[in-house]
Design a protein around this ligand. Structure first.
Ligand code: ZN
Length: 243
């Protein structure tokens, strides 16, 4: 048929016929660690990154709240601590993260939001990442604490659909009422001011020093000012740094 000199010499691995790029270097999973005090916009940035990078967000806070909602063994163990703004035990959180990282959707990479929070968690995480051969990038969102307090005490959540509002930056159409289902909005237990102060205190004492830990361990680490710019601009800065 006279077609012998087509691509017969190139071995195409099964499943790669559509030209999906098997560059071995790019197959190291990207471990993106988002650091910043409560209220620095980690969750918002994580969601934007999920959309753009196509890798899952792993939020230990969300995972723990889910367990509390389900009222299972982990949930009952951590509920009182979360209400009081006290950090949940390292081994509980480490196990949750380890199980989550083993899920197939995390094989290409993942975004860690709210973890690690302590030195022990950071050390455990470094072991997990080394085992995965992950390429680690740490993003440190830098914000003013007074701004954080103002931001968080303004948060309201719909108890029915979970939508988050903010009385100043993202108010519902009718004050105190969910736009989507008309339910009365509530202040999340861990957004009360005294709880926020506890959380900032815990962050400053236990989590902030991890920045130095990661810097010393030679990980790529970037400080990003998140105090003044809108979330989209902060996101643009993060993308430019990781690419
Ligand atoms: Zn709602």
């Amino acid at each position: 048929m006279g077609r012998k000199n087509q691509v017969t010499s190139v071995a195409v691995p099964a499943g790669r016929e559509n030209g999906q790029t098997p560059n071995p270097k790019s197959q190291a999973p990207l471990a993106l660690i988002l650091f910043g005090p409560p209220g620095s916009g980690k969750g918002t940035q994580a969601k934007l990154l999920v959309k753009t990078l196509g890798i899952p967000q792993i939020s230990t806070g969300d995972m723990l709240r889910e367990h509390v909602r389900k009222g299972n063994a982990v949930g009952t163990k951590v509920e009182a601590k979360m209400k009081a703004g006290i950090l949940v035990k390292d081994e509980v959180v480490n196990r949750l993260v380890e199980e989550r990282l083993a899920q197939p959707d995390a094989a290409r990479g993942f975004i860690l939001d709210g973890y690690p929070r302590t030195r022990a968690q950071a050390e455990t995480l470094c072991g997990m990442l080394a085992a995965q051969g992950a390429e680690t990038v740490v993003i440190h969102l830098v914000v003013d604490y007074n701004e954080v307090i103002a931001r968080l005490t303004g948060r309201r959540q719909c108890p029915v659909c979970g939508t988050l509002y903010n009385v100043t930056s993202k108010p519902p159409k009718v004050p105190g009422v969910c736009d989507l289902d008309g339910a009365a909005l509530s202040v999340r237990e861990d957004d009360r001011e005294e709880v926020i102060r506890e959380r900032l205190d815990a962050y400053q004492k236990q989590t902030r020093p991890l920045i130095d830990f990661f810097r010393e361990s030679g990980k790529r680490l970037y400080d990003v000012d998140a105090s003044h710019d809108p979330p989209e601009a902060v996101f643009g800065k993060i993308l430019a740094l990781i690419r």
